[in-house]
Write a protein that binds this ligand. Sequence first.
Ligand code: NAD
Length: 348
Amino acid sequence: MTQPSDKALVPFVSVNHMMQLIHHIGIEAMMTGIADYIEQDFRRWELFDKTPRVANHSREGVIELMPTSDGEVYGFKYVNGHPKNTKDGLQTVTAFGLLADVATGYPVLLSEMTMLTALRTAATSALVAGVLAPKGSKTMAMIGNGAQSEFQTLAMKAIVGIETVHLYDVDPSATQKCAENLSESGLSVIACDSAEAAMEGAQIITTCTADKQYATILTDNMVGSGVHINAIGGDCPGKTELAPAILHRSDIFVEYPPQTRIEGEIQQLADDHPVTEFWQVLTGKAQGRTSEAQVTLFDSVGFAIEDFSALRYVLDKIEGSAFYHPLDLLADPDDPLDLFGMLMRAEP
Ligand code: NAD
């Protein structure tokens, strides 16, 4: 039996290896590093091939492919969103992804992305909040205390300097889990019994709930002036978290408008409602926060470039490490024209 050559072996980062890598680097340092890679890629936004993600909707959820390329490297993520999964002991969101060399089309990395999506989503939230939230923000509300919540909170601590988090979830056991997980984090963690109580005194309000409907997690009267809203959970047609009145008095920042208009909070608004692309704020083409009283809203749905950046980060970090398996993913005959001969030589 012929052995695959090194050039045909693709580094594969399993869930186990990803967890080891996160512990090796440190979760806050890793989210800060991923945020740096996302910022680098957002600053060269115009170079990327961009398309709204390709979604396959069902009654229970959605399965999506998220491709992009900077002309040298191609990447995609497979991701699902099934809010009812948790009652069967399954995750709402699972994912894996790939990077490939555009010149040869050969994959250069295959990786789990359930953990990595949580890190990159939180890194993006914190990168955006670092630019748009009121200066000196120290307190955040974390509404929805499920799988993403600890990551969201820790990224805001590491990147924005948040010191206190107010937790709220309709499921008190989710809040208890989140509070326990954050108990050693150095944050002051306060469990609240309503969204209003969680928002009291918070400069940053993150909504990260999961329900496949037009939910109203925040109503207009709950949102005071001058706050930054980081709306994570509304990321699919028919799945939103904010009352439309909040959108009408916020300045709205998005990743990629053609995708956000389909999936984000702004699906509730007219197609021509003005929004700002966040990459333009980073590059100075558009303004971010312009007054203390302004309500800024990051209508996050998650975009392919963020996954591309996170995979790029992982590829750089695993080089020379033990945090991957070499995967025999590609047939690699000695004579590239003789795929059939390779098969015959492998006959048992
Ligand atoms: P999850 O199912 O693990 O947690 C969701 C939590 O929301 C649960 O604890 C649930 O009890 C709570 N919840 C539901 N309704 C609520 C309400 N009315 N008020 C308060 N809490 C409520 O889901 P997750 O993996 O943490 O993901 C959360 C959401 O974020 C999902 O909708 C997911 O699709 C979305 N998401 C977005 C991005 C992005 O890039 N924008 C990335 C990942 C996940």
